[in-house]
Design a protein around this ligand. Structure first.
Ligand code: IDP
Ligand code: MG
Length: 138
């Protein structure tokens, strides 16, 4: 089933000039990019985006990172896009991610792990809507 997911190239990866390589991997993997924008989140924007994690010990540091510089937000489309993108990213902690995954290759720590991906259809819908108006989705 064709599906959409929200992908983010996080500020740690944009700052390290890894965006081009990551977009290349997305295209090579067969995703259609349906929307894409460079966004500088405010602290409040990042807190809203990661609201499900507000009680976690890393919330403050995570939202500081996400608002520390520009990120690239994308709506990606493919059959089974949510799972497919999470597989390409690898697990949260780069040290535990499979070889060849984006987080293994480009992540620096469990927090500075280069990319974000939605984890379920309802979060994908919410997260795509957080950054893109319907008219911006191609
Ligand atoms: P996910 O990005 O793989 O879905 P989540 O558990 O949803 O992982 O966590 C959201 C983000 O919070 C992670 O991508 C990572 O940047 C950060 N994070 C998760 N767990 C930790 C932790 O134990 N320490 C520091 N940062 C963390
Ligand atoms: Mg998550």
């Amino acid at each position: 089933m064709t599906e959409r997911t929200l992908a983010i190239i996080k500020p740690d990866a944009v700052e390290r000039h890894l965006a081009g390589k990551i977009v290349q991997r997305i295209e090579d993997s067969g995703f259609q990019i349906r929307a894409m924008r460079l966004v500088r989140m405010s602290k409040r924007d990042a807190e809203g985006f990661y609201a499900v994690h507000r009680d976690r010990p890393f919330f403050k540091s995570l939202t500081e990172l996400m608002s520390s510089g520009p990120a690239i937000v994308m709506a990606l489309e493919a059959p089974d896009a949510i799972k497919k993108w999470r597989t390409l990213m690898g697990v949260t902690d780069p040290a535990k991610a499979d070889p060849g995954t984006l987080r293994k290759e480009f992540g620096q720590s469990i927090e500075r792990n280069a990319t974000h991906g939605s984890d379920a259809p309802h979060t994908a819908a919410y997260e795509i809507g957080y950054f893109f108006a319907g008219i911006e989705l191609i």
